[in-house]
Ligand binder design. Structure first.
Ligand SMILES: Nc1ncnc2c1ncn2[C@@H]1O[C@H](COP(=O)(O)OP(=O)(O)O)[C@@H](O)[C@H]1O
Ligand SMILES: O=C(O)C1=C[C@@H](OP(=O)(O)O)[C@@H](O)[C@H](O)C1
Ligand SMILES: [Mg+2]
Length: 172
């Protein structure tokens, strides 16, 4: 069955948009981070702290593959790093997969993440100045992977509803 995959940098809106899209098109939404947290019964912060990022990436890959192999139609909201590890980007172009990169500018990401970083271990301890530089460089490094998606939606200056409508059009 069909898997609709939303990807993009932290704060681009994957979880928010997927939640709303799910209500509009009546396909269940699974947030990969939440699924990982439930599987191991630890928060993303605790997984990073106790076991480190490499362990998280291994788990992330396993749970992503499990979701792709499930018999149901699903909307899957990835984590910001998911396409960039374990060759996960190759899974964005399979049969029965529709992948959408939610593309946000550094400015948009900075504005959204500045007050929204405590549950994101990669940026939780950064100052505002450090954040801007980090996002710029990190986004550059990751763009190659994000651009493997089949579709791209620019999310800057759009409401949640507008972005959802853009995705609905892609799916039509
Ligand atoms: N137009 C918008 N589209 C999506 N998210 C928005 C928008 N405007 C503000 N936000 C906020 O930006 C944040 C995006 O976070 P989230 O959905 O968790 O992103 P991600 O899962 O990609 O890290 C949320 O706090 C959301 O309320
Ligand atoms: O960009 C990343 O490497 C990460 C993004 C997070 O997901 P969101 O993009 O939903 O914040 C989460 O998977 C983890 O903190 C690592
Ligand atoms: Mg998310």
């Amino acid at each position: 069955m069909k898997k609709i995959i939303l990807l993009g940098y932290m704060g681009c809106g994957k979880s928010t948009i997927a939640n709303k899209l799910s209500k509009v098109i009546e396909i269940p939404f699974v947030d990969l981070d939440k699924k990982i947290e439930e599987k191991i019964n630890l928060s993303i912060n605790d997984i990073f702290e106790k076991y480190g990022e490499i362990y998280f990436r291994k788990l992330e890959h396993e749970v992503f593959v499990e979701l792709l192999n499930s018999p149901d139609s699903l909307i899957i909201g990835l984590g910001g790093g998911t396409p960039c590890y374990a060759n996960n980007h190759e899974l964005l172009i399979g049969d029965n997969v529709v992948s959408v990169y939610l593309k946000a500018s550094i400015e948009t990401l900075f504005n959204r993440l500045a007050h929204n970083k405590s549950k994101r271990p990669l940026i939780a301890d950064k100052s505002e100045d450090e954040m801007k530089e980090f996002i710029a460089k990190h986004l550059f490094d990751r763009s190659y992977y994000y651009n493997q998606a089949q579709h791209k939606v620019i999310v800057d200056d759009k409401t949640v509803e507008q972005t959802v409508l853009d995705i609905v059009e892609i799916l039509a």
